[in-house]
Write a protein that binds this ligand. Structure first.
Ligand SMILES: Nc1ncnc2c1ncn2[C@@H]1O[C@H](COP(=O)(O)OP(=O)(O)OP(=O)(O)O)[C@@H](O)[C@H]1O
Ligand SMILES: [Mg+2]
Length: 456
């Protein structure tokens, strides 16, 4: 049955309405604002009838209007019907201005009131359905398990997840900070045959080296000072499920050996223990460091990498996901404006272009945090660059194609690209191109020669 909250200070009216409407709706009653809000928070009625003259201001409308604002602040979609006396038409109109759905003039005629109430419930249902469909369609645009993305690179990630999930082999997830590595690890677990088993994450970079071994493999009583009893480690907890080794690049070499043994023999020993314990856990690992460089430097065991990196999944940085930036921005906007009950329409054009140009070193996590913060802080219905923490002009993303090059090669590449671009944009006019780059014409010719650029 639909829940209807009736707020009125008159016991007569409460009684009359409960009697008259109790068969049609589940009727909840409140005599003042505090009671009303308490019931509202606990029961979430979608429709409320509200008397404006509530104690202590029974002759005015201040309490009723306060109640209205609180209700709409908590759930803007609530349909509030103001029941007013003949004399306070002005206040009833004010209530409608504040967001009340309708008002109804006392004395109450039950059949009439019922029609209004039915219509309010009907509208509330339609609106709810609409919101649900919107979120379903948002979900469809997203990929899986809350990971959203439509660009080609993310499509590839989704299809890889689908393929590897059920294969029960180790997976290595690579990607910069905030690209969604943990989400992907969870998605792999949730689509695997182990989905009913535990998913146990451990951040290898966050735990001091001397504690990490016991954290991973557990310890026996008396294994070291302070080891009062036997403790199971994360690997053991992951039995039957998935062990997610986050920041595996940070795993000390001594533990890399132990992990390798576990991967090869599927047994562990607790610290201070001699017994081999058989464990069936799948390893999914993640790192934001370049493991191959770590291997070259001797910081990561090659044999371990070959065991874990059977399948590599490389998450693209946000700046390379094209229109997904907008898709994700829209997702976080709707998520957090709902959560914080803010009516925010969207981003200004300047914000959209700033978000597109920005390099997003913290990737999706940074985007999410920027939008969440903006929604909490803003007073305006449209988010401007300043709301998102962009001051002034947003620098264009640096050219990341040079990352990994030597400084000389990078300089040469940038120099050549700039020369080429300025020639093109000035239709091959060397005088103008050299001027735009702030070099003399002879220097420009020298550079063209150096880079083998033709005069068009
Ligand atoms: N494709 C996505 N769709 C929706 N939300 C995402 C997506 N990718 C990341 N997020 C969100 O971004 C945040 C960071 O994701 P996650 O923790 O999985 O990234 P990470 O790569 O493990 O980050 P870190 O390197 O900082 O540990 C999470 O709050 C997650 O909700
Ligand atoms: Mg992470």
């Amino acid at each position: 049955m639909n829940k209807l909250l009736i707020v009125d200070d008159s016991p007569e009216i409460l009684k009359q309405l409960k009697w008259g409407l109790g068969k049609t709706y589940e009727v909840l009653l409140a005599e003042n604002v505090e009671e009303a809000i308490k019931i509202f928070k606990a029961q979430h009625p979608r429709v409320i009838t509200l008397d404006l003259g509530l104690p202590p201001d029974v002759d005015g409308a201040s309490e009723g209007l306060r109640c209205l604002e609180m209700v709409l602040g908590l759930r803007p979609a609530t349909k509030v019907i103001v029941l007013s006396g003949n004399e306070d038409r002005a206040n009833a109109l004010k209530a409608v201005q504040l967001g009340a759905y309708d008002f109804y003039r006392k004395p109450i005629e039950l059949t009439e009131l019922k029609i209004i109430l039915d219509r309010a419930f009907h509208l509330a249902t339609l609106e709810e359905e609409n919101r649900r469909l919107q979120s379903v369609s948002l979900q469809r645009q997203g990929g899986m398990h809350g990971i959203f993305g439509q660009c080609q690179e993310m499509e590839t990630i989704f299809s890889t997840i689908r393929k590897v999930a059920s294969a029960d082999v180790p997976v290595m997830i690579l990607g910069e900070n905030g690209t969604g590595k943990e989400m992907v690890a969870r998605a792999i677990h949730n689509q695997s045959l182990r989905k009913d088993g535990p998913f146990v994450p451990i951040n290898c970079g966050a735990i001091p080296e001397n504690l990490l071994e016991s954290e991973l493999f557990g310890h026996e009583k008396g294994a070291f000072t302070g080891a009062a009893g036997r403790v199971q480690g994360k690997v053991e907890f992951a039995h039957g499920g998935t062990l997610f080794l986050d920041e595996i690049g940070e795993l000390p070499l001594s533990l890399q050996v132990k992990l390798l043994r576990f991967l090869q023999e599927k047994v562990i020993q607790r610290v201070g223990g001699r017994e081999d314990i058989a464990i069936d856990a799948r390893i999914v690992a993640a790192t934001n460091v370049d493991i191959e460089t770590a291997i070259k430097k001797g910081n990561f065991r090659e044999d371990l990498y070959y065991r874990i990196g059977v399948i590599n999944l490389k998450l693209p940085p946000l700046r390379e996901r094209g229109d997904d930036i907008r898709l994700l921005a829209g997702l976080f906007l709707s998520r957090y404006s709902n959560e914080f009950n803010k009516k925010i329409k969207g981003f200004s054009a300047a914000s959209e272009s700033a978000m597109k140009r920005y390099a997003w070193p913290g990737n999706v996590r940074e985007l999410e945090n920027k939008i969440k913060r903006a929604i909490i802080m803003t007073d305006s219905p449209v988010l401007d660059p300043a709301d998102l923490g962009f001051s002034g002009v947003v620098e264009k993303s640096p050219d990341f194609s040079v990352v990994g090059m030597t400084l000389k090669d990078a300089r040469d590449k940038v120099e050549r690209d700039l020369l080429d671009a300025s020639l093109k944009s000035h239709g091959g006019n060397v005088a103008k191109a050299s001027e735009s780059l702030g070099v003399s014409r002879p220097t420009f010719y020298d550079l063209m020669k150096k880079h083998g650029l033709q005069h068009s």
